[in-house]
Design a protein around this ligand. Structure first.
Ligand code: BTN
Length: 321
């Protein structure tokens, strides 16, 4: 209802309460209540007795009705759960997957303005103040669990594309899930799944993008290696537009992945790669392997050429400094 009300309001133009009531199929008193709700959310709306209501400005919030306005996806973001603050959108998304039978569909989005306990990879904390984009997407892929790394890689490509479209900034992907600008991290991806032997039950893709965050806001221990889009571009970035663009890119690449055409995504990933061609050390959790990153294979594994020229295939790990 709120989404419809905002749809029928006009910017710089008055719409009468009567017209709104008719369009929404509710009473004029109910229209007034909707207007109050919108004002509480941060919309500026003026009212004139004989003219009706006029939308003056929209809040800078990632409200579902704002994201869905003009969103051209078929299913990603069709259902959005919005929270001013949440512990972690990934935790909430995982809880939601328990209610799949009650209509938590593929592409459902959980989004928060702030996270009080944002999760990074390997149990790390993820700093998530107001001004960033913190969201999780629920998927039910009919793919084998081995596809999980490919989902992370395709998400990274979608983020790079969306950043480029919205800010003109060229970012790079550090295998497997970091997006960098000028060698500093601007976005992280946390993909979690539940699977049985050869079938995935659900996947939650969590994306955190440092958007309109001042450099000094970041905790000191991460300041050196962290950047926001506002810092990199020198101006505030329209978060709603960035979310919309990302969701569109995400759905596009996910469809390609589902058609088992990952190699074409991989080609793009390689174009944006920060990792290939570098001498690196990778912590696989079991050991540390040193070598030159020579390729990513069709399963999303990193291929390292070790000092003895032998090739190592690493499906998951962290690149060390
Ligand atoms: C990493 O680079 O370590 C991954 C960071 C992922 C952060 C995002 S923010 C939205 C989603 N919810 C979380 O708690 N984490 C992910």
């Amino acid at each position: 209802m709120i989404g419809d009300t905002i749809k029928y309001l006009r910017e710089k133009e008055y719409v009468s309460g009567e017209v709104l009531a008719q369009k929404l199929g509710i009473s004029r008193v109910a229209v007034w209540k909707q207007i109050q709700k919108l004002k509480d959310m941060g919309y500026k709306i003026t009212s004139e007795q004989n003219l009706g209501y006029c939308l003056v400005s929209r809040p800078d919030l990632l409200l579902p009705q704002e994201i869905q306005r003009g969103l051209s996806t078929n299913y990603v973001g069709k259902e959005i759960y919005y929270f001013p603050e949440l512990k972690s959108t990934n935790i909430m998304a995982k809880e939601k997957t328990l209610h799949r039978a009650e209509g938590i569909d593929q592409g459902t989005l959980i989004i928060a303005e702030r996270q009080s306990a944002g999760k990074g990879r390997l149990g790390r904390e993820w700093f998530s103040p107001a001004g960033g984009i913190w969201l999780s997407i629920i998927l039910y892929p009919q793919l084998s669990p081995s596809y999980i790394s490919r989902i992370t890689l395709m998400t990274a490509v979608a983020v790079v594309k969306a950043i480029k479209v919205c800010t003109q900034i060229e970012s790079q992907i550090k295998w497997p899930n970091d997006i960098l600008i000028n060698e500093k991290k601007v976005c992280g991806i946390l993909t979690e799944m539940s699977a049985e032997l050869d079938i995935i039950n659900w996947v939650v893709v969590g994306i955190g993008i440092n958007v309109n965050i001042g450099h000094r806001e970041f905790p000191e221990n991460i300041q050196e290696n962290t950047i926001s889009l506002k810092e990199a571009s020198g101006k505030e970035v329209l978060r709603v537009k960035l979310v919309q663009t990302f969701l569109q890119e995400f759905e596009k690449y996910y469809e390609i992945l589902k058609r088992r055409e990952f190699p074409s995504i991989l080609k793009e990933w390689k174009l944006y790669s920060h990792t290939l061609g570098r001498k690196i050390r990778v912590d696989t959790g079991e050991k540390i392997i040193t070598g030159e990153a020579v390729d990513i294979n069709e399963e999303g594994a990193l291929i390292l050429k070790k000092e003895d020229s032998e090739l190592a295939e690493i499906i998951s790990g962290t690149i060390l400094k």
